[in-house]
Design a binder for this molecule. Structure first.
Ligand SMILES: Nc1ncnc2c1ncn2[C@@H]1O[C@H](COP(=O)(O)OP(=O)(O)OP(=O)(O)O)[C@@H](O)[C@H]1O
Length: 293
Protein backbone atom coordinates (compact mmCIF):
# COMPACT_ATOMS: atom_id res chain seq x y z
CA UNK A 1 0.00 0.00 0.00
CA UNK A 2 1.11 3.51 -0.82
CA UNK A 3 0.39 6.12 1.81
CA UNK A 4 0.95 9.85 2.00
CA UNK A 5 0.83 11.42 5.37
CA UNK A 6 0.78 15.10 6.34
CA UNK A 7 2.33 16.21 3.06
CA UNK A 8 2.99 19.93 2.84
CA UNK A 9 4.63 21.95 0.08
CA UNK A 10 5.20 25.64 0.18
CA UNK A 11 6.37 27.72 -2.82
CA UNK A 12 7.29 31.09 -1.34
CA UNK A 13 4.01 32.45 0.00
CA UNK A 14 1.93 29.82 -1.79
CA UNK A 15 0.88 26.82 0.27
CA UNK A 16 0.35 24.49 -2.68
CA UNK A 17 -0.20 21.33 -0.61
CA UNK A 18 -1.45 21.63 2.94
CA UNK A 19 -1.39 18.55 5.17
CA UNK A 20 -2.50 16.04 2.57
CA UNK A 21 -3.00 12.45 3.61
CA UNK A 22 -4.55 9.46 1.86
CA UNK A 23 -3.89 5.86 0.94
CA UNK A 24 -3.75 3.96 -2.30
CA UNK A 25 -4.37 0.35 -1.25
CA UNK A 26 -2.92 -2.64 -3.10
CA UNK A 27 -4.95 -3.47 -6.18
CA UNK A 28 -7.09 -0.33 -5.98
CA UNK A 29 -7.53 2.51 -8.41
CA UNK A 30 -7.77 5.90 -6.75
CA UNK A 31 -8.87 9.01 -8.62
CA UNK A 32 -7.27 12.28 -7.67
CA UNK A 33 -9.51 15.21 -8.53
CA UNK A 34 -9.55 18.93 -7.93
CA UNK A 35 -9.64 22.22 -9.80
CA UNK A 36 -6.65 23.68 -11.65
CA UNK A 37 -4.03 24.62 -9.07
CA UNK A 38 -5.54 22.42 -6.33
CA UNK A 39 -2.16 20.75 -5.76
CA UNK A 40 -2.52 17.37 -7.49
CA UNK A 41 0.64 17.57 -9.60
CA UNK A 42 2.66 18.91 -6.67
CA UNK A 43 1.47 15.97 -4.52
CA UNK A 44 2.32 13.44 -7.23
CA UNK A 45 5.76 14.97 -7.70
CA UNK A 46 6.39 14.60 -3.98
CA UNK A 47 5.25 10.97 -4.10
CA UNK A 48 7.78 10.39 -6.88
CA UNK A 49 10.54 12.31 -5.13
CA UNK A 50 10.83 14.79 -8.00
CA UNK A 51 10.02 17.50 -5.49
CA UNK A 52 10.98 17.53 -1.82
CA UNK A 53 8.12 17.99 0.64
CA UNK A 54 8.22 20.91 3.05
CA UNK A 55 6.82 18.42 5.59
CA UNK A 56 5.21 15.01 5.67
CA UNK A 57 6.11 11.64 4.27
CA UNK A 58 5.36 9.05 1.65
CA UNK A 59 5.44 5.41 2.69
CA UNK A 60 5.37 2.09 0.91
CA UNK A 61 4.20 -0.87 2.99
CA UNK A 62 4.51 1.31 6.10
CA UNK A 63 8.18 2.13 5.46
CA UNK A 64 9.38 5.53 4.21
CA UNK A 65 9.69 5.22 0.47
CA UNK A 66 13.29 5.27 -0.79
CA UNK A 67 14.96 5.79 -4.13
CA UNK A 68 15.21 2.06 -4.90
CA UNK A 69 11.45 1.65 -4.42
CA UNK A 70 10.65 4.80 -6.39
CA UNK A 71 12.56 3.62 -9.44
CA UNK A 72 10.09 0.75 -9.52
CA UNK A 73 7.07 3.07 -9.55
CA UNK A 74 5.59 3.79 -12.95
CA UNK A 75 5.16 7.54 -13.39
CA UNK A 76 3.49 9.64 -16.02
CA UNK A 77 4.51 13.22 -15.26
CA UNK A 78 2.42 16.24 -16.18
CA UNK A 79 5.23 17.51 -18.41
CA UNK A 80 5.33 14.05 -20.07
CA UNK A 81 8.63 12.33 -20.46
CA UNK A 82 9.23 11.22 -24.02
CA UNK A 83 11.68 12.99 -26.32
CA UNK A 84 9.91 14.27 -29.42
CA UNK A 85 12.82 13.54 -31.79
CA UNK A 86 13.46 9.89 -30.91
CA UNK A 87 11.80 6.81 -32.42
CA UNK A 88 9.10 5.58 -30.08
CA UNK A 89 10.22 1.95 -29.70
CA UNK A 90 13.88 2.88 -29.10
CA UNK A 91 12.81 5.28 -26.44
CA UNK A 92 10.46 2.87 -24.68
CA UNK A 93 13.22 0.25 -24.75
CA UNK A 94 15.59 2.69 -23.08
CA UNK A 95 13.02 3.60 -20.42
CA UNK A 96 12.34 -0.09 -19.75
CA UNK A 97 16.08 -0.58 -19.17
CA UNK A 98 16.07 2.29 -16.69
CA UNK A 99 13.45 0.27 -14.80
CA UNK A 100 15.78 -2.70 -14.68
CA UNK A 101 14.63 -4.66 -17.74
CA UNK A 102 17.07 -6.20 -20.19
CA UNK A 103 17.20 -4.49 -23.58
CA UNK A 104 15.56 -7.52 -25.26
CA UNK A 105 12.79 -7.82 -22.68
CA UNK A 106 12.05 -4.08 -22.79
CA UNK A 107 11.97 -4.02 -26.61
CA UNK A 108 9.76 -7.06 -26.79
CA UNK A 109 7.28 -5.86 -24.12
CA UNK A 110 7.14 -2.33 -25.55
CA UNK A 111 6.67 -3.75 -29.05
CA UNK A 112 3.79 -5.94 -27.84
CA UNK A 113 2.08 -3.01 -26.15
CA UNK A 114 2.53 -0.73 -29.17
CA UNK A 115 1.03 -3.46 -31.33
CA UNK A 116 -1.85 -3.96 -28.93
CA UNK A 117 -2.70 -0.26 -29.02
CA UNK A 118 -2.61 0.03 -32.78
CA UNK A 119 0.90 1.47 -33.06
CA UNK A 120 2.58 -1.65 -34.38
CA UNK A 121 3.31 0.06 -37.72
CA UNK A 122 4.71 3.18 -36.08
CA UNK A 123 7.47 1.73 -33.90
CA UNK A 124 10.17 3.59 -35.84
CA UNK A 125 8.24 6.86 -35.95
CA UNK A 126 9.54 9.82 -33.98
CA UNK A 127 7.31 10.66 -31.03
CA UNK A 128 6.59 14.12 -32.45
CA UNK A 129 5.15 12.60 -35.62
CA UNK A 130 2.47 10.70 -33.68
CA UNK A 131 -0.94 12.22 -33.08
CA UNK A 132 -1.43 13.62 -29.57
CA UNK A 133 -3.62 10.68 -28.62
CA UNK A 134 -0.98 8.23 -29.83
CA UNK A 135 1.75 10.10 -27.97
CA UNK A 136 -0.41 9.75 -24.89
CA UNK A 137 -0.73 5.98 -25.48
CA UNK A 138 3.06 5.77 -25.73
CA UNK A 139 3.39 7.74 -22.48
CA UNK A 140 1.13 5.30 -20.69
CA UNK A 141 3.09 2.36 -22.13
CA UNK A 142 6.26 4.02 -20.79
CA UNK A 143 4.73 4.17 -17.30
CA UNK A 144 3.71 0.51 -17.20
CA UNK A 145 6.95 -0.97 -18.60
CA UNK A 146 9.06 -2.86 -16.11
CA UNK A 147 6.37 -4.34 -13.86
CA UNK A 148 5.81 -1.26 -11.73
CA UNK A 149 5.11 -1.69 -8.01
CA UNK A 150 2.72 1.26 -8.15
CA UNK A 151 1.43 3.63 -10.83
CA UNK A 152 1.30 7.40 -10.39
CA UNK A 153 -0.26 8.99 -13.45
CA UNK A 154 -0.85 12.70 -13.95
CA UNK A 155 -3.90 13.09 -16.21
CA UNK A 156 -3.29 9.92 -18.24
CA UNK A 157 -6.66 10.13 -19.98
CA UNK A 158 -6.59 13.73 -21.14
CA UNK A 159 -6.93 14.01 -24.89
CA UNK A 160 -7.80 10.34 -25.44
CA UNK A 161 -10.82 9.33 -27.51
CA UNK A 162 -13.39 7.03 -25.85
CA UNK A 163 -11.93 3.86 -27.43
CA UNK A 164 -8.45 4.76 -26.21
CA UNK A 165 -9.83 5.53 -22.74
CA UNK A 166 -11.30 2.02 -22.67
CA UNK A 167 -8.05 0.44 -23.85
CA UNK A 168 -5.96 2.34 -21.34
CA UNK A 169 -8.32 1.68 -18.45
CA UNK A 170 -8.20 -2.01 -19.30
CA UNK A 171 -4.41 -1.85 -19.18
CA UNK A 172 -4.55 -0.19 -15.76
CA UNK A 173 -7.05 -2.76 -14.53
CA UNK A 174 -4.66 -5.54 -15.53
CA UNK A 175 -2.19 -3.95 -13.13
CA UNK A 176 -4.64 -3.47 -10.25
CA UNK A 177 -5.67 -7.13 -10.74
CA UNK A 178 -2.12 -8.13 -9.79
CA UNK A 179 -2.19 -5.94 -6.68
CA UNK A 180 -0.61 -2.76 -8.06
CA UNK A 181 -2.01 0.44 -6.49
CA UNK A 182 -2.88 3.06 -9.10
CA UNK A 183 -3.28 6.79 -8.45
CA UNK A 184 -4.32 8.99 -11.33
CA UNK A 185 -5.43 12.57 -11.58
CA UNK A 186 -8.17 13.66 -13.92
CA UNK A 187 -10.66 16.40 -14.65
CA UNK A 188 -12.99 13.87 -16.32
CA UNK A 189 -15.20 13.21 -13.32
CA UNK A 190 -17.58 10.79 -15.03
CA UNK A 191 -14.57 8.69 -15.97
CA UNK A 192 -13.18 8.82 -12.43
CA UNK A 193 -16.59 7.77 -11.13
CA UNK A 194 -16.67 4.82 -13.51
CA UNK A 195 -13.11 3.58 -13.05
CA UNK A 196 -12.09 4.25 -9.51
CA UNK A 197 -12.52 2.28 -6.34
CA UNK A 198 -12.16 5.49 -4.41
CA UNK A 199 -11.63 9.18 -4.92
CA UNK A 200 -9.59 11.87 -3.21
CA UNK A 201 -10.85 15.42 -3.72
CA UNK A 202 -8.30 18.17 -3.31
CA UNK A 203 -9.28 21.81 -2.96
CA UNK A 204 -6.78 24.62 -2.44
CA UNK A 205 -4.14 22.16 -1.28
CA UNK A 206 -6.34 20.28 1.19
CA UNK A 207 -8.22 17.00 1.03
CA UNK A 208 -11.88 18.04 1.29
CA UNK A 209 -13.46 14.64 0.62
CA UNK A 210 -12.41 11.06 0.05
CA UNK A 211 -14.03 7.67 -0.18
CA UNK A 212 -15.75 5.54 -2.78
CA UNK A 213 -18.61 6.96 -4.82
CA UNK A 214 -21.18 5.48 -2.44
CA UNK A 215 -19.53 6.96 0.64
CA UNK A 216 -19.33 10.37 -0.99
CA UNK A 217 -22.96 10.15 -2.06
CA UNK A 218 -24.05 9.11 1.44
CA UNK A 219 -23.28 12.62 2.63
CA UNK A 220 -25.29 14.21 -0.16
CA UNK A 221 -28.69 15.76 0.64
CA UNK A 222 -31.88 13.73 0.19
CA UNK A 223 -33.48 14.79 -3.07
CA UNK A 224 -36.44 13.56 -5.08
CA UNK A 225 -37.91 14.38 -8.44
CA UNK A 226 -41.71 14.28 -8.62
CA UNK A 227 -43.65 14.42 -11.87
CA UNK A 228 -47.44 14.53 -11.68
CA UNK A 229 -50.11 14.86 -14.37
CA UNK A 230 -50.81 18.54 -13.77
CA UNK A 231 -49.11 21.63 -12.39
CA UNK A 232 -47.02 20.73 -9.35
CA UNK A 233 -47.09 24.23 -7.82
CA UNK A 234 -48.87 22.88 -4.71
CA UNK A 235 -45.64 21.19 -3.52
CA UNK A 236 -44.44 24.59 -2.32
CA UNK A 237 -46.89 24.26 0.57
CA UNK A 238 -46.14 20.60 1.35
CA UNK A 239 -44.92 19.85 4.86
CA UNK A 240 -41.19 19.31 5.35
CA UNK A 241 -40.37 19.98 1.70
CA UNK A 242 -38.00 22.56 0.20
CA UNK A 243 -38.54 23.08 -3.51
CA UNK A 244 -35.28 23.42 -5.46
CA UNK A 245 -36.82 23.63 -8.90
CA UNK A 246 -40.31 23.67 -10.32
CA UNK A 247 -41.14 23.26 -13.98
CA UNK A 248 -44.84 22.70 -14.72
CA UNK A 249 -45.69 19.16 -13.61
CA UNK A 250 -42.13 18.40 -12.38
CA UNK A 251 -40.60 19.42 -9.07
CA UNK A 252 -37.12 18.80 -7.71
CA UNK A 253 -37.44 18.77 -3.93
CA UNK A 254 -35.33 18.34 -0.83
CA UNK A 255 -37.45 16.70 1.89
CA UNK A 256 -36.42 17.19 5.54
CA UNK A 257 -36.43 13.41 5.90
CA UNK A 258 -37.69 10.20 4.29
CA UNK A 259 -41.03 10.52 6.09
CA UNK A 260 -41.67 13.94 4.50
CA UNK A 261 -40.79 12.40 1.12
CA UNK A 262 -43.35 9.62 1.58
CA UNK A 263 -45.93 12.13 2.79
CA UNK A 264 -45.35 14.14 -0.38
CA UNK A 265 -45.89 11.02 -2.51
CA UNK A 266 -49.19 10.25 -0.76
CA UNK A 267 -50.33 13.86 -1.21
CA UNK A 268 -49.50 13.66 -4.91
CA UNK A 269 -51.44 10.40 -5.34
CA UNK A 270 -54.47 11.94 -3.65
CA UNK A 271 -54.42 14.63 -6.33
CA UNK A 272 -54.10 12.38 -9.36
CA UNK A 273 -51.61 10.22 -11.22
CA UNK A 274 -47.90 10.25 -10.39
CA UNK A 275 -45.68 9.81 -13.45
CA UNK A 276 -42.39 9.69 -11.58
CA UNK A 277 -41.17 9.79 -8.00
CA UNK A 278 -37.46 9.10 -7.91
CA UNK A 279 -34.54 9.62 -5.59
CA UNK A 280 -32.06 11.93 -7.27
CA UNK A 281 -28.54 10.63 -6.71
CA UNK A 282 -25.90 13.24 -7.36
CA UNK A 283 -23.20 12.63 -9.92
CA UNK A 284 -19.60 12.84 -8.82
CA UNK A 285 -19.37 16.20 -10.61
CA UNK A 286 -22.21 17.55 -8.49
CA UNK A 287 -20.68 16.25 -5.27
CA UNK A 288 -17.36 17.71 -6.31
CA UNK A 289 -18.91 21.12 -6.96
CA UNK A 290 -20.53 21.07 -3.55
CA UNK A 291 -17.45 20.07 -1.59
CA UNK A 292 -15.31 22.53 -3.54
CA UNK A 293 -17.81 25.39 -3.15
N1 LIG B 1 7.43 25.16 -9.12
C1 LIG B 1 6.47 25.95 -8.63
N2 LIG B 1 6.76 27.19 -8.18
C2 LIG B 1 5.81 27.98 -7.65
N3 LIG B 1 4.52 27.64 -7.53
C3 LIG B 1 4.17 26.42 -7.96
C4 LIG B 1 5.13 25.51 -8.53
N4 LIG B 1 4.47 24.37 -8.87
C5 LIG B 1 3.18 24.55 -8.52
N5 LIG B 1 3.00 25.78 -7.99
C6 LIG B 1 1.73 26.33 -7.47
O1 LIG B 1 1.18 25.35 -6.61
C7 LIG B 1 -0.24 25.31 -6.72
C8 LIG B 1 -0.67 23.88 -7.06
O2 LIG B 1 -0.30 23.57 -8.40
P1 LIG B 1 -0.44 22.10 -9.03
O3 LIG B 1 0.20 22.14 -10.37
O4 LIG B 1 0.05 21.10 -8.05
O5 LIG B 1 -2.02 21.96 -9.16
P2 LIG B 1 -2.87 20.89 -9.97
O6 LIG B 1 -3.97 20.46 -9.03
O7 LIG B 1 -2.01 19.82 -10.50
O8 LIG B 1 -3.49 21.76 -11.14
P3 LIG B 1 -3.88 21.37 -12.69
O9 LIG B 1 -5.18 20.63 -12.61
O10 LIG B 1 -4.01 22.70 -13.32
O11 LIG B 1 -2.75 20.54 -13.24
C9 LIG B 1 -0.61 26.34 -7.79
O12 LIG B 1 -0.95 27.52 -7.12
C10 LIG B 1 0.69 26.50 -8.56
O13 LIG B 1 0.77 27.77 -9.14
Amino acid sequence: MLRVNGLVRQFGDVLAVDDVGFEVPAGKMVGFVGANGAGKTTTMRMIMGVLAPTAGEVSWHDQPVNRAIRTRFGYMPEERGLYPKQPVLDQLTYLGQLHGMSSEAARSRAGDLLERFGLGERTKAKVESLSLGNQQRAQIIAAVLGDPLALILDEPFSGLDPAAVDQMSELLREHTATGVPVLFSSHQLDLVDRLCDSIVVLHKGRVVARGDGEELRAGAPLRYRLTVDQDAGWVRDARGISVLDLDGPTALVEPDDEESAQHLLRAALERGDVREFARVVPTLSEIYREVAA
